[in-house]
Design a binder for this molecule. Structure first.
Ligand code: MCN
Length: 760
């Protein structure tokens, strides 16, 4: 019987729970020096001078380096060449000008790790303040241009705002428009960034970096250091969470490698939490203007989304995020007309990058808020408005007005399933009762229907991934994968997939990743691509291995390959009709090694979908909102390991709720971060979320033989607007139409005050 689809426990966990993981900071490197970054305390300034003389006297000090020392190195290569303004590249250490609080300006290198922070305080940097541009609207105005050579604050544009159709909303009975904020959040992984580097006598660099793909990290490091990819090896130790923000290498990683070469000894770096909250890329950071129009029967005729993206001080992946938001702008709806445009601008804030969902949560948040605004305006139940406008079920690919090719979907079924699981009618009745009684604590029900893209495949030639499967004479097997798990459980599921084909027990299968010498090619883990591409490659390699082994078995058994049957139950070949004439698979692994490397190519990305229903209670006197229930349907096609898929949903939903409820990176008007500690940046804790109620639904895709779509980001995409809509819904009868995220008690209370003053 197949183990696919069963709740196999994570094979990773006994190690994590007993001997512990080996993170980058645990990698032993005798004789290593320690790098500490001197970071800018101001958001925008000219560096008048750097005086390191006092620091040079500090205990344990080995060296101080500034941007001038790195003059020979290339700038940080923009991640999306051609699309992003090339004059906005980030130097590895600031030269001339600093552009955000936290930007690396210099490094001190010490014998012991604890000596770095003290020595860094003795580096005297003289800053001539320049006017900071903190707000993205101010940046778009262009009154103060942050990169004079670029001549603009626009890092990238998607579509032309001047060409928006004037007649888009012609014929609509009702048109609602609103500007909403999808606030900046911090990925805040448990393990902050780190690096360890050593140059060999052969001149080759080995770098240990927590990342989401060793191969991409190698390539970005090689660009920053100006060396060939073959000249370095990246090893990925255990990774304590990444959430999209550990894709590729950051300037700090390149500097640590450079220091190791400069000093001729191993170098290492591990950042503190405060550095992480200002130095690691942030996520989201969009200002969206939604306009939605239609008729009073609930039919939406037209939808427009205008996006202003804050790319932060230097354009990274964040500048590109609107492309994904635009692609998914209409979500699961069959709007008659839709259009979307975006501009990404630079500001004097931490650079923005990918964060779980990367561009798609922003699309869902916009359209789901727009639907609720429209429903409130025409006085119709938001569930009914959704049902009326969802695309009908389809099994053949459907191409949207934005060029996305949705592979398969049944959006109305997901909505109905979620509403049934939540007991929607009963919730509305309870809400009506509380409203009629004028209770202090009101009930809100928020719905969010979504479709998202997984495995988008930025690589040339379309999405693909490789895997090598090798069977050993002792009956064990090894898998090499180009994916890079950091909590997703690939070691378990990749072993399940190989075991299912080869009949080798999963505890005899070792999964390896994250070493560019061992696995030179690979797309890493992001965009929830891993199972549908990397897992499919494991299955394909296993199947191809059976065929290689069949030839060998035919020789051993002196039979025709066509007459052989592979019995996965016994992990052996037998002659058809003569089970006694058999040979174990493992016996065929010598004298010649038995392995296959396969590349799985997908016809395209897949489009998981679902519906989230949030139930919230809001105290109308204090503004405090509490999420009471989260009921979700997340259809990721065929599920290979429900335990892991549910774990991914749990984590994602928690992060999604967090954005709606409490998380926000805040700057003051001068660009000082006000959320640089966990005392100020409110990460969600278990006390703020209820037990999640997960309903099952599986609409397989035809884009891979597993029938699987991605599940890793579904939670952050569906949950956020559901919670936001629920909180607003609780107060709708009091005239509240919108509250920006996060729905802090203060914001909720203010919204109530404005509504009672007649300004909802
Ligand atoms: N799975 C399954 N059946 C499916 C889909 C997935 O059994 N139909 C299983 C897979 O086998 C895998 C897991 O669920 O074990 C997630 O698979 P997939 O959806 O392919 O996503 P990825 O493995 O590519 O994970 C990426 C995704 C992203 S983009 C972010 S960001 C993210 C996330 O996963 N960051 C995480 N989950 C995280 N989980 C942890 N613990 N830490 C992070 O940093």
């Amino acid at each position: 019987m197949s183990i696919l689809g069963t709740r196999v426990l994570r094979t990773e966990d006994p190690g994590f729970l007993t001997t512990g993981a080996v993170y980058t900071d645990d990698v032993r490197l005798p004789g290593a020096c320690h790098v500490f970054f001197v970071r800018s305390p101001v958001a925008h300034a000219r560096i008048a001078s750097v005086d390191a003389s006092a620091a040079l006297e500090a205990p344990g000090l080995l060296a101080v380096f500034t941007g001038a020392d790195l003059a020979g190195l290339p700038r940080l290569a923009p991640p999306m060449p051609g699309m992003i303004n090339g004059a906005m590249g980030q130097p590895l250490l600031a030269t001339g000008v600093v552009r955000f609080v936290g930007e690396p300006v210099a490094v001190v290198v010490t014998e012991e790790p604890y000596q770095g922070e003290d020595a860094a305080e003795l580096v005297d940097v003289d800053y001539d303040p320049l006017p900071p541009v903190i707000d993205m609207t101010g940046a778009a105005d262009g009154a103060s241009v942050l990169f004079p050579d670029a001549g603009t604050n626009v890092a990238a544009s998607f579509g032309d705002a001047a060409e928006l159709k004037t007649g888009l909303f012609d014929g609509c009975d009702v048109v609602v428009t609103r500007t909403i904020v999808n606030q900046r959040v911090a990925p805040a992984p448990m393990e902050p960034r780190a690096a360890a580097a050593v140059w060999g006598e052969d001149g080759r660099l080995t770098a240990w970096i927590p990342n989401q793909g060793a191969q991409g990290t190698r390539d970005s490091l090689s660009e920053m250091l100006g060396i060939e990819p073959a000249g370095l090896r990246v090893i990925t130790p255990d990774v304590g969470g990444a959430f999209g923000a550990k894709f590729g290498a950051d300037p700090e990683h390149a500097v640590v490698c450079w220091v190791a070469r400069q000093l001729g000894r191993p170098a290492r770096w591990a950042e503190a939490r405060g550095e992480n909250l200002v130095g690691m890329t942030h996520g989201r950071a969009q200002r969206q203007t939604v306009t939605i129009g239609g008729s009073r029967d609930g039919t939406v005729a037209a939808y427009r989304l205008e996006i202003l993206q804050d790319a932060g001080a230097y354009p990274r992946f964040g500048a590109f995020l609107p492309a994904l938001t635009i692609l998914m702008a209409p979500g699961p709806y069959a709007f008659g007309r839709a259009e979307a445009v975006a501009t990404s601008v630079v500001t004097n804030t931490t650079p923005v990058g990918a964060y779980r969902g990367a561009g798609r949560p922003e699309a869902t948040a916009a359209v789901e808020r727009a639907i609720d605004l429209f429903a409130a305006e025409i006085g119709m139940d938001p569930a009914d408005v959704r049902r009326k406008n969802l695309l009908p079920k389809f099994t053949e690919p459907h191409t949207t007005a934005f060029g996305a090719v949705y592979d398969s979907g049944d959006y109305a079924a997901a909505l109905d399933k979620a509403l049934a699981a939540a007991g929607y009618a009963g919730l509305r009745a309870e809400q009506a009762k509380r409203r009629a009684a004028g209770e202090v604590v009101q009930l809100g029900i928020g719905i969010s229907c979504y479709v998202e893209i997984t495995g988008p495949g930025m690589e040339e030639g379309g999405p693909r991934e490789n895997a090598t499967v090798e069977v050993h004479p002792d009956g064990s097997a090894t898998i090499l994968t180009g994916t890079s798990p950091h909590g997703q459980g690939h070691a378990t599921v990749w072993a399940m997939l190989a075991s299912d084909e080869l009949g080798i027990p999963i505890d005899k299968i070792t999964v390896k990743w994250g070493d560019t010498d061992l696995i030179p090619e690979g797309g890493g883990t992001g965009g929830s691509r891993s199972l549908q591409q990397g897992g499919a490659a494991v299955q394909q390699a296993s199947q191809e291995l059976i065929e290689v082994a069949r030839q060998r078995a035919a020789e051993t058994l002196e039979a025709s390959p066509a007459d052989l049957v592979f019995d996965a139950g016994r992990s052996a070949f037998a002659v058809a009709g003569d089970p006694a004439a058999s040979v174990p698979l493992a016996a065929l692994a010598e004298p010649e090694r038995l392995f296959v490397r396969a590349v799985f190519s997908a016809p395209g990305p897949t489009f998981p979908f679902g519906t989230h229903v949030a139930v919230a209670e809001v105290d109308t006197e204090t503004g405090k909102a509490v999420v009471r229930r989260m009921v979700t349907v997340d259809d990721a096609g065929t599920v290979i390991n429900p335990l892991l898929a549910e774990g991914q949903r749990h984590g994602g939903i928690a992060q999604g709720v967090a954005q709606a409820l409490c998380e926000e990176v805040v700057y003051d008007a001068d660009g000082n971060p006000l959320t640089a500690t966990f005392a100020d940046y409110a990460v969600l804790s278990p006390t703020e979320v209820p037990s999640f109620e997960l309903a099952d639904m599986a609409t397989p895709t035809s884009y891979n033989p597993l029938g699987a779509k991605g599940i890793g980001e579904a939670g952050t995409i569906g949950a956020t607007p559901a919670v936001q809509n629920a909180i607003i819904d609780a107060l709708a009868h009091l005239g509240v139409r919108h509250i920006d995220m996060p729905a802090s008690p203060q914001r909720v209370w203010q919204a109530l005050r404005s509504a009672s003053a007649g300004d909802g």
